[in-house]
Design a protein around this ligand. Structure first.
Ligand SMILES: Nc1ncnc2c1ncn2[C@@H]1O[C@H](COP(=O)(O)OP(=O)(O)OP(=O)(O)O)[C@@H](O)[C@H]1O
Length: 232
């Protein structure tokens, strides 16, 4: 279980998140929704350790995390895939994936798990191409796959479907659902599209003006109410 409790965080003088609390479970997809600029990425970066909170706590599998460096959080099973497909463009697909193994202890680095290519077959076809030569959708698949090879227990995905063609959006959604169903990983999905989030998440939180204004299970009954929070 990942528990974010009463987090206050931001940049320099500006407070972006104020008293934000969320929980995410292994085996479940937890969506963080909200309009542009409300602080979704800041929340996920606070969990990953890239933004330091000025108050509140982040607890992961019983350990306090808020003072731990991003590398230590990664080693404890929290993987972060930032917005904008940050892969290494001059390295091949294979080299990018091998770098993902670095999150594991040395003795567990036994090669790229085959499952990754079952989820993202295009990466097998493109193994020896440079990351920078892949399409946007292929780069996004590589970014997610690179996180998965490190066998995280909680995967933080920041708008993984943004600007991607519909067929790849569907594929990424299917993989997100399968990953959670495997019960070995949880996912926190930052998303601004209600439809995409509700298509794969079990539970949702809505951020607005730096606080959580609504949360619940992702069922049809909640959709209208959620929509009201998301319209500008
Ligand atoms: N590095 C930074 N330095 C200063 N301010 C920042 C920084 N990153 C984000 N902000 C500001 O913090 C606020 C929240 O940004 P954040 O990226 O967390 O929102 P978001 O909900 O993820 O937005 P989007 O949906 O557009 O990605 C915005 O006002 C943004 O301009």
């Amino acid at each position: 279980m990942l528990t974010v409790e009463s987090i206050r965080a931001g940049y320099d003088e500006s407070v972006v998140l104020n008293d934000v609390s969320i929980q995410a479970e292994v085996g479940k997809v937890t969506a963080v929704l909200g309009r542009n600029g409300v602080g979704k990425s800041t929340l996920i970066k606070t969990i990953a350790g890239l933004v330091k909170p000025s108050a509140g706590s982040v607890e992961w599998m019983g350990d306090k995390m808020e003072k731990k460096a991003p590398e230590l959080r990664a080693r404890s099973g929290i993987a972060y895939v930032p917005q904008g497909r940050e892969i290494f463009p001059s390295l091949t697909v294979e080299e990018n994936l091998l770098l993902g193994l670095e999150a594991l202890p040395k003795k567990e680095r036994t090669g790229i798990p085959k499952q990754v290519f079952e989820w993202f077959p295009v990466l097998l076809e493109m193994m020896h191409r440079k990351g920078g030569d892949l399409s946007g959708g292929q780069q996004q698949q590589l970014a997610i796959a690179r996180a998965i090879v490190g066998k995280p227990k909680m995967l933080l995905l920041d708008e993984p479907m943004e600007g991607i063609q519909p067929s790849i959006v569907q594929l990424i959604q299917d993989v997100i659902i399968e990953i959670a169903a495997s019960q070995e990983m949880g996912i926190i999905l930052v998303e601004h599209s209600l439809d995409l989030a509700f298509a794969c998440a079990d539970y949702y939180y809505i951020l607005d003006h730096g606080t959580i204004v609504s949360e619940g299970v992702t069922n049809v009954a909640h959709m209208d109410m959620v929509k009201r929070h998301l319209v500008v």
